[in-house]
Design a protein around this ligand. Structure first.
Ligand code: ZN
Ligand code: ZN
Length: 438
């Protein structure tokens, strides 16, 4: 799954000011000192500029909350802050521009910084596009409709061309969209905000924005740590400093250092600092990032999470960790099913679903599994193979890499399968030629 950030600010959009841009230019020029750059060569200038750190050449971004998660089977949008406008423009260049788009939208809550981009999201004006809006608070539909009333916006919700459907979720309920499972958890925030945990079988992402952790003792944080446990990515409300979060008690926000503690305790791999205070300039945000890493470096007993600053345009790719694919090719009455990648719990689910379709669609009775492309086999994969063997009249395994064969040996299951070195040999065994039949 590809995670992309379209809006990273909290509360209200905060565009860069002229003073801030000027300070970035000054620093860029400082960086030029002592370097021989041919200023009459546009390429040389371009190279120099792209080599500068993001804190100088770019911006954290001024738009409010909007994050997408895209998988090979669909698009999921979290929150509709002003970042959603730019997302819409990008989607219009794809199938959403032709009215063939489909996406799910999840709302954490309905504060301005999480809904304001919705009326400016172009794909909702295109007939044929379809959106399912998942929400926890019962008032989400009313709020989204009301913010487009004529006093505030020229086009009313009822006149939108796309097909929009609201769906109420319950806390803890698992919803399946785009090959992902999405679950929710209430956070301490005025009016309650909900964190979402997104899983695809092996990778996990938690979006926990707009949440305050007033009491940090173990018994109080346990429910959150359990929900965030082992996540590959935790997107965390780092709006305030710890000091501010104490002064601004009950404002419903947290800080990077508290995020660092919680991420470490939950065994999170990557902590993304998010929902930046509109009052914080880029320099301040990058300083907090440095300080968070410094803070985490004091603990030597556990591997600290990697710290990342959420910036507009940031992408995190979690898809390469679970690359399982099934391909099918028919040879006479035998299907050659090739398996590739990690045959684990996630792979087992794909394998079972594909095999099920294959068995139901065709009158298939003979299958050769070409396992040459398998990189990993775990017990979920072994179980799936054993189950398949029960359902298929005649099944053979072919071209097993030695480490995959060894896994079958360790599970003491080799005698359950007909195993062949080559696909051709397996095919011959399943379809004996006329000569051999005599
Ligand atoms: Zn917010
Ligand atoms: Zn809020």
């Amino acid at each position: 799954m590809l995670v992309k950030f379209w809006g990273v600010r909290g509360s209200v959009p905060a565009p860069l000011t002229s003073t801030q841009i000027q300070s970035k230019i000054v620093r860029a020029l400082h960086q030029m000192a002592g370097r021989r750059i041919n200023l009459s060569d546009p390429k040389a200038i371009e190279e120099f500029v792209t080599g500068l750190p993001l804190s100088i050449r770019g911006a954290v971004g001024g738009n409010t909350s909007c994050i997408t998660v895209e998988t090979p089977t669909g698009l999921v949008i979290f929150d509709a802050g002003t970042g959603m406008r730019e997302l819409g423009n990008a989607l219009m260049k794809r199938e959403f521009g032709q009215g063939r788009g489909q996406a799910s939208i999840f709302f954490t809550h309905t504060h301005w910084d999480h809904i304001q981009g919705f009326p400016f999201f172009q794909p909702i004006f295109v007939p044929g596009n379809r959106f399912t809006i998942y929400h926890m608070h019962p008032h989400v539909e009313r709020v989204i409709v009301d913010q487009m009333r004529s006093e505030w916006f020229p086009v009313q919700f009822g006149h939108l061309s796309a097909d929009l459907e609201f769906r109420q979720m319950q806390e803890g309920e698992a919803v399946k969209v785009a090959g992902l499972e999405v679950r929710s958890k209430a956070l301490q925030h005025p009016g309650v905000a909900y964190a979402y945990r997104v899983e695809n079988g092996t990778s996990s992402l938690v979006l926990a924005t707009d949440g305050e952790y007033k009491n940090l003792s173990a018994s109080h944080t346990k429910e959150y740590i359990d929900f965030y446990a082992g996540a590959d990515v935790l997107i965390f409300d780092a709006m305030f400093s710890v000091r501010e979060s104490i002064i601004k008690e009950d404002w419903g926000h947290s800080s990077a250092l508290i995020g660092a503690d919680i991420a470490r305790q939950a065994g999170v791999k990557q902590l993304v600092l998010f929902h930046h205070d509109p009052a914080s300039g880029d320099d301040e945000i990058w300083r907090v990032y440095q300080e968070t890493m410094e803070y985490l470096s004091q603990d030597f007993t556990t591997t600290p999470p990697e710290v990342v600053v959420a910036t507009e345009g940031l992408e995190i790719n979690l898809s390469d960790k679970h690359n399982f694919a099934v391909g099918t090719q028919m040879t006479g009455d035998v299907a050659i099913v090739s398996l590739e990648g990690h045959f684990d719990a996630y792979g087992a689910e794909i394998f079972e679903a594909q095999l099920d379709t294959l068995l139901h669609k065709t009158n298939l009775r003979k299958v050769v599994l070409n396992m040459a492309g398998l990189t990993e086999l775990n017990m979920a994969g072994v179980k799936a193979l054993l189950e398949a063997r029960k359902n298929i009249y005649s099944m053979a395994l072919a071209q097993l890499p030695s480490h995959i064969h060894r896994v079958l040996e360790l599970a003491v299951t080799t005698d359950f399968f007909a195993i062949y070195d080559a696909v051709d040999t397996a095919l011959e065994a399943l379809s004996p030629s006329d000569n051999e039949r005599h």
